[in-house]
Each structure stands twice: as C-alpha cells, then as structure tokens.
Design a protein around this ligand. Structure first.
Ligand code: ADP
Length: 174
C-alpha cells in the first residue's frame, strides 16, 4: 500500500521522540541511566543541553555537548543537541510533545512539578514524562561530584570514565 505524503508525514510525527533537557554540568551515570531507559520506551531520545545565561557552568555548552556525544556513541537511538530560549518552543521545533525528566527524591519532585505545570501552562499540548532513578544512582548529583573531585576524592562509577577524565583535567587545572 502506498502512503500519501501526508500519511507519511503523519507517520514520521508519530515516531515517539522524547527531549531530555538539563544542565548536565557534567553528565553523570544517573543522567546516562535515564537516557538508556528512555530509549527503551521512546523511539528516540534527544539530550538537550541548556545554554542558560543565568547559570554559571563549569563546562561550556560545547564541552557538555561533546561529552554527551562520546557517551551516546554506545546508544544508537539517542543524540545530543544544545538549545537556548524556552524549552517548550525547542521541544515543539523537534516535532514532538514529550519532555523527559528524571526524579531522585522529593526535592526533585517539588522543583519538577512546578516546571511541568509551568510548561503545561505555556503549551498545553506538551507532556512531561518522568523516569524514577534506580537505587545505585539516586544519590548522584553533578554539584556534589564536582566538589568531590575538587577535594581530590574519587568519583569512579559516579560518572562515566570519559567524564571523570575531563572533570579531573578541568578542576585540577583551577
Ligand atoms: P537541570 O539543571 O535542568 O535540573 P540537571 O542536569 O541537574 O538539569 O538534571 C537533568 C534531569 O536529570 C533532571 O530532571 C534531574 O532531576 C535528572 N537527574 C539528575 N540526576 C539524576 C540521577 N542521579 N538519577 C535520575 N535523574 C537524575
């Protein structure tokens, strides 16, 4: 059966793409776990590195994108991009309506529910979907990991080896 251009277009739109936005300064094993599990549910996961001007990052946008590029080599159905401006506009520009986020604890929940409701108010068509962290990743936070490295501690297993290497290089050079 031949599909019309419209039907084919519709089919492409039906491909379930989830946008996983975040600072990822740097990406941790917890973030990577969410991406992997996201690709088990969605056809494609786009990791969207935010370029917020109000936040101060250790890694530049290009460095955070490059780190993800290395990590995603092993995950065929995931790719990385950076974005600026309103997340909801970026998500729509990708032809999808799914925002993927991770949840670790009630602190995350309070922040995430506010963000999800705000994004829903801005674009009612969009949906935020949450994946709960797994036990071994529940304590992992990029901010803590940076502090541990700065004080000379080991973060093996908390971040992928590629990230550990770059973290040490960056923080020890400071
Ligand atoms: P943001 O600055 O947008 O909160 P983060 O890089 O801190 O970005 O986190 C991106 C997303 O990943 C958030 O939804 C956050 O709750 C989630 N996340 C962070 N660490 C973990 C983890 N260890 N396990 C599961 N989800 C996590």
């Amino acid at each position: 059966m031949n599909l019309s251009a419209k039907e084919q277009g519709g089919k492409a739109l039906n491909k379930r793409i989830a946008v996983y936005p975040g600072s990822f300064d740097p990406p941790t094993a917890g973030h990577l776990n969410i991406v992997k599990r996201g690709t088990e549910i969605f056809d494609q996961v786009i990791v969207a590195v935010s370029q917020s001007t109000s936040k101060k990052y250790l890694f530049s946008t290009e460095e955070r994108v490059e780190l993800w590029r290395k990590l995603l080599k092993r995950i065929p159905r995931a790719r990385v991009e950076s974005f600026s401006g309103l997340l909801v506009n970026y998500v729509e520009s990708k032809g999808t309506k799914i925002i993927l986020r991770g949840l670790r604890n009630v602190t995350d929940f309070e922040y995430e529910i506010q963000m999800a409701i705000t994004n829903k108010a801005l674009k009612p068509r969009l949906e935020t979907v949450f994946i709960m962290t797994e036990g071994t990743y529940s304590h992992l936070a990029a901010s803590l990991i940076k502090e541990i490295v700065m004080m000379g501690g080991k973060v093996t297993g908390m971040v992928p080896p590629e990230v550990e290497k770059e973290l040490k290089r960056k923080l020890r050079a400071k």
